[in-house]
Design a protein around this ligand. Structure first.
Ligand SMILES: [Zn+2]
Length: 221
């Protein structure tokens, strides 16, 4: 699978610049130099193009990499952001901005004392990459077979539980759980769950019994 690569154009670099200035100004003050390349697969014959970027085996829209000393010397960059070139134009500017913010959030500086950062001998700041706060992956069939005993459902519950008091903050609906006593609690609450109610746009649906895991999955988006 021949993966092709080209430098980001000036329009995309401008967006990257905005994302750094707006959300990660410390990367700027520490003089982290950031490159951006676009990757895509150009299969031979009639094969479908494959996702050019994978993180832990799963297709990803983008990825950030630290450069080693040789590549820093050759490119002048500290890190690079790789972007799926076929998916990128399908995204809105807001979505592109959020994706760049995500990749930049992985980057951690080595701060010796306030505002002072450790540097390599070649002048580039030392950076580390931190993992995502959460990842959700799994098989629908395992979630169906094992319900709340599966990592699939438990990881959804954990994410919902850490957002806000209502169970989830970002999606345009509100998910909560009704206990046996009729009390409305967050989805992670360990009290006996008899039903899940999902509300959206003034309408709500209550699912009970066997359908509650399905509801939990829906609530996870
Ligand atoms: Zn990530």
């Amino acid at each position: 699978m021949p993966i092709k690569c080209q430098k980001a154009d000036s329009f995309d670099l401008e967006l990257l610049d905005k994302a750094v200035k707006k959300y990660h100004p410390t990367l700027l003050s520490a003089e982290v130099r950031i490159g951006m390349v676009m990757l895509w697969d150009e299969p031979r014959g009639d094969a479908d193009p494959k996702p050019p970027i994978r993180v832990h085996g799963c297709p990803a829209l983008a990825r950030v990499r630290r450069l080693n000393v040789r590549d820093r010397l050759l490119t002048g960059k500290t890190i690079t952001i790789e972007v799926d070139w076929r998916e990128w134009p399908k995204m809105t500017v807001g979505e592109q901005m959020a994706l760049l913010d995500h990749e930049l959030t992985h980057v951690v500086l080595n701060e010796i004392r306030e505002g002072v950062y450790a540097h390599h001998g070649d002048g580039h700041p030392e950076v580390k990459l931190r993992p995502d706060d959460y990842t959700i992956n799994g098989f629908f069939e395992v979630a169906r077979r094992h319900g709340r005993e599966s990592a699939e459902v438990r990881s959804l519950e954990r994410v919902l539980a850490t957002t806000d008091d209502k169970g989830q903050l970002w999606l345009p609906f509100d998910a909560h759980v009704i206990t046996a006593g009729g009390e409305v609690v967050r989805p992670n609450d360990r009290r006996a769950v008899t039903a899940v109610t999902i509300s959206s746009g003034g309408k709500s649906v209550t699912l009970t019994g066997g359908s509650k895991q399905k509801a939990a999955a829906m609530a996870g988006g």
